[in-house]
Every structure is written in structure tokens, then in C-alpha cells.
Write a protein that binds this ligand. Structure first.
Ligand SMILES: CCCCCCC/C=C/C(=O)SCCNC(=O)CCNC(=O)[C@H](O)C(C)(C)COP(=O)(O)OP(=O)(O)OC[C@H]1O[C@@H](n2cnc3c(N)ncnc32)[C@H](O)[C@@H]1OP(=O)(O)O
Length: 690
């Protein structure tokens, strides 16, 4: 786990060797103590170099050990203290990664050298903890408080050049500076405790001698652990890695099916989604052909892609990296024939089945027979789209999230006939594009958007019952959501859902005459969002929706007196007596609607496990990672409690079927609420509908 070799007789090189990332597991720490002790004692050793095997210094503490007794064995900070106190010079030779405890180890050394490609940072905050092996104490001493806060509280990588050009800044108003940082972190990280603990630990580095600071750092770590947030965030971390290990009921898996290379790709449609997808492919150095239907749209799309690539390039230059993607790797065309040789096509036109089928039928005739055909639909039937092609086995859904060049999530949707190679290729493409790809089954709206339905439904009912958009949004944002449901609807555009409801005959002229305004097929229905769309209040892009904005496309949502008046009149018209709804109830209704649909997705076999749902909702819909995910949160609430609340609500509101407790939820409660990692087994015994 750690071994020593000698250079020039007098230099001992201690190398950490714990594949795949040289995590500082208990065995590594023991190895370091032994090797370092021997090198220190050996009079022929004049200097010690610490390094990592396979081109990686260390990715830090072994996160899997945090909840185990292995943490109680030799502590990293004790090792760091020993290294720092060494009379022989100790040099950290950094390659690859020096993250978290890895960097803290390097900070304890007397000197650090790093190659230009190495990633150096303290990302502990991203898994709910703080750098508690001296990082919050040593880094401010090395680079000053403002720069250290930036690295520690945001979990950012350290900019290597900044270290050399920065002189340690003195700040006459340090307390004010730190208090402001706390306020900012509270707003930015919405309920996450780790960033605040990081700032408090750095505060201790300023106020107290080193050993007091270290003690404060340790206390903060322990109290953070007691909040449960680190466990939740670490579950989210590993879930993101586990979803890559996809399995298929036929026995195909991530490790026994080989993806095909994607050397060239094409994107159909240069709207918002298409532009982002083209940029994403270009960034990954995949030459791409972008196709539009008329010259003007092609030109507009080209300008937009250029602007996105320029922005991406600026970001890289700021990080000291050389941008590889340029407009030169994108070819723009109006001609389908130019797609004849590409390995993979991603269709990204608007959500219309007829149009998508026309395109796929055309692609099937112009593309080479083994080209993979992907659709960026956000919820249409993959099998129906595949049915018009000659090779339905090569058709798959690749649901990107907007902006597609930034958002990390990719839902990979398999149809009934999608081949294993097609799945492997799409999942691998996700990885190449730097996304977290999650394999899901084919059902209306797939996983993420399907979950959104009952959640937004409850949010709308809350307005009917007496709340205002800002009340509901505040509760969910305080819980930690990046955005409440009404701000989110305004951002996405209310017309998207409206058009889909019109197509389904839920609103507009297809609704049978005499249908009550607040009912569809005997169930409760809220026409509120339809009414907003009918008068052009589409949300942010229109300058008004559930909120008002400074201008069309403006970003600052302000509560709108018009909406208040509109809701009051609506309640009067429908003789609804508004009643106060307390924040706990708002949270419960929205959250439990989400959770219940999550259980249904699981029992339908659409997601293969709770982690898949959590990764999708965390990365695509702004669920707070410090709460692990929807399903993880349900497991911490306890399935019995979730069932009880849903049962009560559904008994009182039998006209809201989305709140009828899911069968799987009842089953889990009946078997005593097993831990989340056992839920997959319970689902396995239900019918797999894929
Ligand atoms: C009073 C108490 C005192 C306690 C003091 C503790 C102070 C120190 C704390 C820490 O150091 S916490 C850890 C901080 N480090 C990180 O958060 C880094 C996390 N890892 C990554 O960001 C990435 O994995 C990477 C290192 C950049 C490599 O990325 P890459 O894309 O190349 O590979 P991955 O698929 O992400 O990972 C490969 C493999 O390795 C596992 N893994 C990664 N890091 C860790 C880790 N720190 N501990 C345990 N395991 C780790 C990862 O899960 C993958 O495993 P498999 O999925 O292949 O099984």
C-alpha cells in the first residue's frame, strides 16, 4: 500500500499504491507510518519524497471507510503532523490528482512539486464534509484566507499558477469578510452545512494558534457527521459512479458489451437543445455535422454554436488550458445526404411525433446501415419512433438537459428492440461528453419528467387551496432545491406543458363540452397554468408568468400583484375558501408526490434502482445533493411514515390518483422498511415491464 525505494542512496521515495485512485485507506495510512518511520530513522536517508503510483498522487481519504471503524485507526492528521515535524526535508511529488486528504498530505510536506496536468484541490465540501486533516489550517497559511476560502468552500481545484503569483493578502476586516462569506454560503448552498463548517474552520486558522485550529477542525468534522448530510452526499457521489455500471434484463452489462466508436456524429435541428448538443460533441473533439431545414435557421444556429464554443474556450483559457473545440470541427448543412457516413445521429427537433417519424424514416434511408440513431425527445415513445426505421435495434433515446453543453445529466432511454451494443455506445458517448449517463426504460416522459408531473400538480393545487407561487417556492428553496416549482416552470416556459396538455385533450378545444373546469375524467385538474398561457404569460421569456420579470427574457423574478389578484378571483369563481397552508404541509405535499412517483417508476422497472432516480433528479432537476436524492430522502424519513402520509392524503382526496400509495412502497413498509440498498431486491420480485 506504500513502499520505499532509494534514489542516489540518500533520497527515499515513498510511493502510495492503492488502485484505482490511491485513496488513503487504513492500510495506506499504516503503510505510510511504517515507511516514513523507517526512512526517518535511517541515517543514510537525507531527504524523503512522497509520491503516488500509476501517475496519481492521491484522491484523498477513502470515502467508503468513513462509516466504518477503519476511520478509528491511525489518523491522517497524525501522519501529517509527523511529516511536518520531520527534521529531514519532505517533498510531495504530485502527478495526476492530489485531492482532499491527498492534498492535505502534500500540504504537510515541506515542499511540493507538481506536473502541469495535475488536479489539485480540496473537494471535501462536495461530499458533505470539510478538509479535516489540517487542510483548513495549512492552506490559509500558504495562500491567505480569501484564496483558501475560495478553494475550500466551493471545493474548487486550486489554480497552480495563482499560488506563485499571489502574495498572502492581509485583510484588516477579517471578521466582516468571514461573516459575509457565511451569509453568501447560506444563500448559495441552501441548507448544506459543509460550506459553513469550512468557513468556520478557516476562521479558526485566523483567530487561533495552529493546534487550536486543528482541534476546531476536528470538532466541526464530527458535528458535521452528526447532521447526516455527509452520508447523504457520499451516497450521491457513489450513485453517480454506480449508474455507469448498467445492466439489462437479458444479462448484458456495462462490462460484457463493447461500445462501438463514435468517430463522427450529426445533429438534426439547431434550436436550443441542438446547439448545446453540437457544442458538447465539438468540445469532446467529435467532428459533427449540424443540419437545419432552411438557410436562415441554419445561419442563426451557426452563430449561436459559435458563441457557445467561444464561451467554452474562454472558460478553458481562464483555467490555463488550451481549447480544442472550434467551429472548424462543425460542418453546417441543409442536405440530409451529407449524413451518409456518420457513425451516430442525434435528432433534436421539437416534440412532435409525426415530425420525428418523418426524420427517422429519412435517416434510415440516407445513413449507413449500422449508424446509431438517437432521439433527444424528452418523453415521446422510443419504440414508435424506431418503428419507422429499418434497424429499430440501433434506435435509442438520448435525453439531454438544457443547456446541453453544461448540464451533466443524460437519460439514455432504451426501447424494446434497442440492442445491447446500441446501449453500450450511447452510455459510452455520455462518458466521452463528460456527462452522467443513466440508463432508463421507455415510458411516457421517462424518469425525470415523469416525476415532475405529480410534483407540479401538487404545486398547482396548493395555489388553488390558498398559497401564492412565492410561498411554495420559498419552502422548496429553503429545503435546498435550486429553484421552486413556479420559478422553474417560468424558466422552462409554461407553453411547453400547455401544448402537451392540448395534444392530450386536457385543455383547448378537444375538451368535451360540459367538462367541469377543475375536473378531467372524474379526477381533480387545475386549469391555472392553462389560463396563464391563454393570455400569453409563458414565463420568463414573455417577461411574465407566475412572476413578473424586468423584461422578456429577464432573470429577476418578482412576485406579481396581478397573479395574486388572479388567484383570488379564481378562488371566488370556484367557491374555494382559501385556507392557510403551513410550510411543513407545502413541503410534504410536493415532496411526497415526487417520492410516490419514484416508487412507481421503480415498480414499473423503468429505473433499475433508487440510485438511478436520485442521480437523475439531483443532476437534472436541482434536488439538493446534501439530502442524497428523492429516494434516499424517503429512506431517511422511513417508508412507513411516507406510506402513512400518502395514505391519509389519498383517503381525503381520492380524486388525486397520483397520491395513491405505490404498490412497492406498501410492500417495503410491509417487510419492515429495509435499507435502501435492499430495495432493488424487492423490486426484482415484481414484474419487470421492460
Ligand atoms: C476527524 C476526522 C478526520 C477525517 C479527515 C478526512 C479528511 C480528508 C477527507 C477526504 O480526502 S474526502 C475525499 C476527497 N476526495 C474526493 O472527493 C475525490 C473524489 N474522487 C474524484 O473526484 C474522482 O474519482 C477522481 C479522483 C478525480 C478520478 O475520477 P475518474 O473519473 O478518473 O474516476 P472515477 O470513476 O470517479 O473513480 C474511479 C474509482 O475510484 C473510486 N474513488 C474515487 N475517489 C475515491 C475516494 N476518495 N475514496 C474511495 N473511492 C474513490 C470511485 O468510486 C471509482 O470506483 P468504482 O466505481 O470504479 O468502483
Amino acid at each position: 500500500m506504500a513502499a520505499t525505494r532509494r534514489l542516489s542512496h540518500s533520497v527515499a521515495v515513498i510511493t502510495i499504491n492503492n488502485p484505482p485512485v490511491n485513496a488513503l485507506s487504513s492500510s495506506v495510512r499504516h503503510g505510510l507510518v511504517k515507511e516514513f518511520g523507517e526512512a526517518s530513522k535511517d541515517p543514510s536517508v537525507k531527504a524523503i519524497v512522497l509520491s503516488g503510483a500509476s501517475g496519481k498522487f492521491s484522491a484523498g481519504a477513502d470515502i467508503r471507510e468513513f462509516s466504518t471503524s477503519a476511520m478509528k485507526t491511525v489518523s491522517l492528521e497524525d501522519i501529517n503532523a509527523t511529516i511536518e515535524a520531520s527534521r529531514k526535508p519532505v517533498v510531495a511529488a504530485i502527478e495526476g490528482v492530489a485531492l482532499g486528504g491527498g492534498l492535505e498530505l502534500a500540504l504537510a510536506c515541506h515542499y511540493r512539486v507538481a506536473n502541469a496536468q495535475s488536479r489539485v484541490g480540496l473537494p471535501e465540501v462536495l461530499i458533505g464534509i470539510l478538509p479535516a486533516a489540517g487542510g483548513t489550517q495549512r492552506l490559509p497559511r500558504l495562500i491567505g484566507v480569501p484564496a483558501a476560502l475560495d478553494v475550500i468552500v466551493r471545493g474548487r481545484d486550486l489554480d497552480k499558477r495563482r499560488l506563485s503569483i499571489n502574495h498572502v493578502p492581509s485583510n484588516p476586516n477579517m471578521e466582516y469578510f468571514l461573516d459575509t462569506a457565511v451569509e453568501k454560503a447560506k444563500k448559495q448552498f441552501r441548507g448544506a452545512q459543509a460550506p459553513i463548517a469550512c468557513i468556520e474552520a478557516v476562521r479558526a486558522s485566523v483567530q487561533k494558534p495552529y493546534h487550536h485550529g486543528i482541534e476546531k477542525e476536528r470538532q466541526l468534522f464530527l458535528s458535521l457527521w452528526a447532521t447526516g448530510q455527509p452520508q447523504a452526499q457520499q451516497y450521491a457521489f457513489f450513485s453517480e459512479r454506480n449508474v455507469g455500471k448498467w445492466t439489462h434484463p437479458s444479462g448484458g452489462r456495462w462490462d460484457n458489451v463493447k461500445p462501438k466508436p463514435v468517430r463522427t456524429a450529426a445533429v438534426i435541428g439547431l434550436g436550443t437543445m441542438g446547439r448545446g448538443i453540437v457544442t458538447s460533441l465539438a468540445k469532446a473533439n467529435i467532428p459533427v455535422i449540424a443540419l437545419e431545414q432552411d438557410a436562415q435557421q441554419l445561419e442563426t444556429g451557426k452563430k449561436a454554436v459559435n458563441a457557445l464554443l467561444e464561451r467554452e474556450a474562454e472558460k478553458l483559457v481562464k483555467q490555463g488550458l488550451t481549447p480544442a473545440a472550434t467551429l472548424a470541427s462543425v460542418c453546417f448543412t441543409l442536405d440530409f445526404a451529407e449524413l451518409s457516413a456518420v457513425d451516430l445521429v442525434i435528432e433534436a427537433v421539437y416534440e412532435n411525433m409525426k415530425l420525428k417519424k418523418e426524420i427517422f424514416s429519412k435517416l434510415s434511408s440516407v445513413c449507413k446501415p449500422d449508424a446509431f440513431l438517437c432521439t433527444n425527445t424528452s418523453g415521446l415513445d422510443i419504440d414508435e419512433i424506431a418503428s419507422v426505421t429499418n434497424h429499430p435495434d440501433l434506435v435509442i433515446g438520448t435525453h439531454f438537459f438544457s443547456p446541453a453543453n453544461i448540464m451533466r445529466l443524460l437519460e439514455v432511454v432504451r426501447g424494446h428492440q434497442t440492442s445491447l451494443t446500441t446501449i453500450a455506445t450511447a452510455m459510452n458517448l455520455g462518458k466521452i461528453l463528460g456527462k452522467v449517463a443513466v440508463l432508463v426504460g421507455n415510458c411516457p416522459l421517462f424518469v425525470g419528467n415523469r416525476l415532475l408531473g405529480p410534483y407540479l400538480e401538487q404545486a398547482n393545487y396548493l395555489l388553488e387551496d390558498g398559497c401564492y407561487p412565492e410561498d411554495v417556492d420559498k419552502v422548496l428553496e429553503d429545503f435546498g432545491f435550486a429553484m421552486g416549482p413556479f420559478r422553474m416552470m417560468d424558466l422552462a416556459g409554461l407553453d411547453v406543458g400547455w401544448r402537451s396538455r392540448m395534444e392530450k385533450g386536457l385543455t383547448g378545444n378537444k375538451v368535451p363540452p360540459g367538462t367541469p373546469a377543475r375536473q378531467r375524467q372524474g379526477y381533480r385538474y387545475s386549469p391555472l397554468p392553462d389560463m396563464l398561457c391563454e393570455i400569453g404569460r409563458y414565463g420568463q421569456k414573455a417577461g411574465k408568468g407566475w412572476y413578473q420579470y424586468e423584461k422578456p427574457g429577464g432573470r429577476f423574478a418578482q412576485p406579481d400583484p396581478w397573479v395574486k389578484d388572479f388567484l383570488q378571483k379564481y378562488r371566488e369563481t370556484h367557491q374555494i375558501r382559501p385556507r392557510p397552508v403551513n410550510p411543513e404541509l407545502i413541503l410534504e405535499r410536493c415532496l411526497y408526490a415526487l417520492i410516490n412517483e419514484g416508487f412507481r417508476v421503480l415498480e414499473d422497472g423503468i429505473a433499475s434502482g433508487p440510485e438511478d432516480i436520485d442521480v437523475i433528479y439531483n443532476n437534472g432537476y436541482g434536488f439538493p445533493k446534501h439530502r442524497g436524492g428523492i429516494m434516499y430522502h424517503a429512506s431517511t424519513l422511513g417508508v412507513a411514515k411516507v406510506l402513512d402520509v400518502l395514505d391519509t392524503y389519498y383517503r381525503e382526496n381520492p380524486d388525486v390518483p397520483s397520491m395513491k400509495p405505490a404498490f412497492l412502497l406498501k410492500k417495503l413498509a410491509a417487510v419492515g422498511g429495509p435499507p435502501l440498498k435492499e430495495w432493488r431486491t424487492q423490486v426484482g420480485s415484481l414484474v419487470n415491464k421492460l
